[in-house]
Design a protein around this ligand. Structure first.
Ligand code: NAP
Length: 471
């Protein structure tokens, strides 16, 4: 049992209502959080906006490095917190801690890198003998709102770059998995981060999340989460910068010339890792007709390796989804697909929040399962005629986050890169492949095309000032 409290400028709040955090697997209370109220939200904003003692680049890099060292020394403890509150298998939680260590390392590296540019001004008839210089300045107050599915790494992707930029940030983590976020924040403060540079608030949506989004002193809202909440934020935030990383229903396109073993491995990994709860999880497998029967048979066989069960059991590869309603939703979309002609070839069973890794074949193109986002370990297989048919189907939904294409033909790969309307295309990889510093983010309903990843995110948390001098 972990007892934590929301943090205003690094200090725990007291007196607020208690949020109980339960294991999605057992239902047991694994922790509590003292929630913040409207006054705490106002205090966190005031502390951030009045803060002027921005640490130097060296000091910020040191804070990020020390936080990394502290997390490294407690990585197993943090992995267990993630598994307990989010239901993710321990091996996934350990992987997530590893990714977070990378975020901190890359953010520290970027902090030390100069980001200015120089423009000579005597380059045209209209010019002068001057030079223009650019420098990045921190913002006064950033707000980050994060989802449950990567409860540590999503937080790291907001807080790390904000600290690198020197920008005070107020974090509103998911109330479904807040324990690891608050534990992580304590590492930053323990590493010397000034209190006002990081507040972490949990509490009623109207008093915390919506109050933060609407506040005129907040200069950027960086949100990762669902499309409806993202669009609501876009409609209510008013005059401020927005970074929106929203949902997806990423395709894996498997062409006739694909390496069969690779195709099946990628399909299973992309569909079932993290209980299928990655924004870039494979949500549709588009297989060319010639290999569809053999591919599907092998995928069903492969799925047996993905043992689901107690997230804290070392043998478990797929833990629960976030809660029972989420698992019931999956059950519903599977039932709908079957009623429309699809066939469940593996899995399909549910016990509480545990939903078995499931392979579904012959999924009609207009089923809810494949048109919207099904956030769970589902592998819907759809047959396509050829590459053009696959690309058209891939582009046909409202989302545009990422994609994967399995082929040995360079021309097909290049055509896919050019034609897919989404933020990234991975050839012979899962849609979710990235490193923590590479630009990441979607278009259409998946986002506004403003990228994250450590380097791009630092730009989101700062603004460019230009100044010029006679030269
Ligand atoms: P969600 O329901 O949209 O919640 C995300 C966050 O928004 C939570 O902290 C939530 O707080 C908060 N929130 C809820 N209502 C709000 C409001 N009116 N104003 C401001 N904030 C509000 O998403 P989720 O179910 O946690 O996460 C899963 C979704 O995230 C999926 O759609 C997934 O694809 C997406 N995702 C996208 C990316 C990406 O990079 N594109 C990455 C990961 C996940 P409470 O917890 O208090 O409700």
């Amino acid at each position: 049992m972990i007892a934590l409290a929301s943090l205003v400028a690094g200090r725990p709040v007291n007196g607020g209502a208690l949020l109980e955090v339960r294991s999605p697997y057992s239902g047991a209370v694994v922790g509590t959080v003292v929630q913040a109220g409207r006054a705490d939200t106002a205090a966190a904003i005031a502390a951030a906006t009045s803060f002027r003692a921005t640490p130097t680049r060296y000091e910020r890099a040191e804070i990020l490095e020390k936080t990394r060292a502290a997390l490294e020394s407690r990585r197993e403890e943090f992995a267990r917190i993630i598994s307990s509150e989010a239901g993710l298998a321990l091996r996934e939680a350990r992987y997530e801690v590893g990714r977070t260590l990378d975020v901190l390392r890359f953010a520290a590296m970027e902090t030390l890198r100069d980001d200015g540019q120089i423009f000579s001004c005597d380059i045209s008839a209209q010019g002068r003998a001057r030079k223009i210089f650019t420098t990045r300045e921190p913002l006064r107050c950033a707000v980050a709102i994060t989802p449950f599915n990567h409860p540590l790494n999503q937080v790291a992707h907001k807080v790390g770059p904000a600290i690198a930029a020197g920008t005070p940030i107020i974090l509103k983590p998911s109330e479904k998995a807040p324990l690891v976020a608050l534990s992580f924040a304590a590492l930053f403060h323990g590493a010397g981060l000034p209190g006002p540079m990081l507040s972490v608030l949990l509490g009623p949506t109207a008093d915390v999340a919506e109050a933060l989004v609407r506040h005129p002193d907040v200069e950027v809202v960086a949100f990762t989460g669902s499309v409806p909440v993202g669009k609501r934020i876009a409609a209510t935030a008013g005059y401020k910068k927005l970074v929106l990383e929203l949902g997806g229903n990423d395709p894996l396109i498997v062409l006739d010339d694909a390496d069969p073993e690779l195709a099946v491995t990628l399909a299973a990994e992309g569909s079932f890792r993290n209980s299928g709860q990655r924004c870039t999880a494979i949500k549709r497998i588009l297989v060319q007709a010639g290999i569809a029967p053999e591919f599907t048979r092998r995928l069903v066989e492969k799925t047996r390796e993905y043992v689901s069960g107690d997230p804290l059991d070392e043998a478990t590869r797929v833990g629960t989804v976030i809660d029972e309603p989420a698992a019931i939703y999956l059950e519903e979309v599977v039932r709908e697909a079957v009623a429309a002609g699809a066939r469940v070839l593996a899995g399909g069973g549910r016990k509480g929040a545990l939903f078995e890794p499931t392979v579904i074949a012959d999924v009609p193109r207009d089923c809810r399962m494949v048109v919207s986002e099904s956030f769970g370990p589902l592998a819907p297989v759809m047959v396509v005629r050829d590459l053009d048919d696959a690309l058209e189907l891939a582009n046909s939904t409202a989302y545009g986050l990422s994609s994967g294409v399995v082929t040995t033909n360079l021309n097909s790969a290049l055509k896919a890169v050019r034609t897919l309307r989404c933020g990234s295309v991975n050839i012979n990889e899962v849609p979710g492949f990235r490193v923590e510093s590479s630009p990441f983010g979607g278009i259409k309903d998946s986002g506004l095309g403003v990228k994250e990843g450590v380097i791009e995110a630092i730009k989101g948390y700062s603004y460019v000032k230009t100044f010029s001098l006679p030269w």
